[in-house]
Design a protein around this ligand. Sequence first.
Ligand SMILES: [Zn+2]
Length: 236
Amino acid sequence: MGTYITVGIILLGASALCYSLLPSAGLKYLWKQKSRQRARGGSADRRLYLTFDDGPSRAYTGELLCLLKQYQIKASFFVVAEFAGKNPDLIEWMEEEGHLVGIHSVQHKNALFRGRRFICEDLRESVETLEKMGLNIRYYRPPWGHLNLWTLFYIRNQKLKLILWDVMANDWSARETAKSIKEKLLRRVFPGAVVCLHDGRGAAGAPERTIEALKESIPLLLEQGYSFERMDAYEC
Ligand SMILES: [Zn+2]
């Protein structure tokens, strides 16, 4: 009996590994390797791709849009469809300012061990919610970068491009301050890097610290010769 249980656990573990854990970790690794290679090979100029997940939020997204406008920066927003549905004016504002809008699931649920139906519906509903607002959705970032084999099938099926990231500054964490986020950003960026930040969710008003960090980081990055582009200018 004990042997059967052990074999069952091993098979279950192996299935989870092949179904979702390896694809998620492997794709993140490949994404970062590719970016680092381009930066080392000199094929990436001093562009940065600012991306914001988990919004839009009534409390923070407007302030962020004003800050980006101040520096004429175009960014990419991976929005949670449910939040987008509640804040259509913020989505319209992003569009008016020339930012790129992509999707980041319906309710920010973890897709790691979800089945075919969930993945299919989550992508379909996310796209549909945004397309009803007149947007053409082409880019998808999974929450936490967690995906499985069905995710890969359906993003291809729906002609979406998967977008991961190179740089994070743990800006969702209550432990981080605006100063520590700024320091992480300045230390971690490199030419051609995709930077993942957050304008919604997070712990204890996290996006406020992100915005404060950006207020100081953006002028310094511009001084260092960086420019900012949307994800549709990125060669995936
Ligand atoms: Zn997220």
